[in-house]
Design a protein around this ligand. Structure first.
Ligand code: BG6
Length: 290
């Protein structure tokens, strides 16, 4: 029996065995269709019931208990990036979370609540996702132990776009970033970001809402965040795409990551009893400029 079945809500939430046989919830609301895996508490699909998906999912992704899913919204915790002898981008995205609640809200939105099992006594990690006309996600970390706890976090959202060459990211003008490919300290962003090569940038000290303008699909994707001082913009481009086994060679053309979190100098330290919430809300509207 699918362990998620007891959280079914007729007409809105259905437990399914999804790719790789992994348990997941299919969600249908008046405004959206979505698929959320228990593995990683991973929102794999979300978007309006009609039209192209908003989140990108790689055709070559693994769907396996010990591997991350390449697309959707990987939850990055408790560290960002590679770490010697430990899984890249932390353990949360390769852990089966406990689904503790599914709720039908007035108006038809669906709310799912997951907890991360392994942080038992000293930390509680909760992920709450509300699926409707917008996708609202909250990652809540509480220090329930007796000593300070330091971590990084990030909602590593993959967005589907029609053509990377025609896509623009707005909202980071005047913000300084570290170019992870050059290891340069700080470069200031001068305007909208356009893409002509591999891009891997950590923008720091920014709480800004970002917009992804896609003139081909004629839409604007808006990423509003709170409890986050870092924004990462990533596209692997040709060579890195070819090196990634779980990513199609041409898929860099149709995806873009705009990630919200707290990394490096903005790692969070919680004193005993403290908690922090990282919240990201994604919405889509017609692009008036297209
Ligand atoms: C981004 C990083 O957040 O994630 C990149 O800035 C990295 O450097 C990318 O390549 C993908 O990471 P992973 O571990 O999912 O392959």
């Amino acid at each position: 029996m699918n362990p998620l079945e007891r959280h079914d809500i007729p007409g809105s939430v259905t437990a399914v065995s999804a790719k790789g046989g992994l348990p997941a919830l299919r969600v249908e609301t008046p405004d959206c269709s979505a698929l959320v895996y228990q593995h990683g508490a991973h929102v794999a699909l979300w978007g309006p019931r009609e039209g192209p998906p908003v989140l990108f999912m790689s055709e070559a992704s693994d769907f396996s208990p010990d591997k991350p899913i390449r697309g959707g919204v990987p939850l990055i915790f408790p560290w960002f990036g590679p770490r010697d002898g430990a899984p890249g981008h932390g353990t949360a995205r390769i852990t089966a979370w406990d689904l503790t609640e599914s709720l039908l809200l007035p108006g038809g939105d669906v709310r799912l609540r997951f907890t991360l099992p392994e942080h038992g006594d000293s930390t509680s990690v909760v992920f709450v996702v509300t699926l409707g006309a917008t996708l609202r996600m909250e990652l809540i970390v509480s220090n329930t132990g007796g000593s300070p706890f330091t971590f990084e976090n990030c909602l590593h959202t993959y967005f589907q776009i029609a053509d990377i060459h025609q896509t623009e990211v707005r909202g980071l003008r005047g913000v300084s970033y570290t170019d992870q490919l050059l290891s340069l300290t700080r470069i200031e962003e001068h305007g909208a970001i356009r893409f002509t090569a591999e891009t891997d940038r950590v923008y720091q000290n920014t709480t800004a809402t970002t917009e992804i303008a896609d003139p081909v699909l004629g839409r604007l994707i808006r990423v509003r965040k709170s409890g986050s001082l870092s924004t990462v913009v990533w596209n692997p481009w040709i060579d890195k795409a070819a090196r990634m086994p779980d990513f199609g060679d041409d898929e860099y053309l149709r995806m873009l990551c705009v990630e919200s979190g707290n990394i490096r100098e903005h790692a969070i330290t919680l004193a005993p009893g403290e908690s922090s919430t990282l919240e990201v809300e994604i919405s889509v509207s017609p692009n008036p400029g297209s």
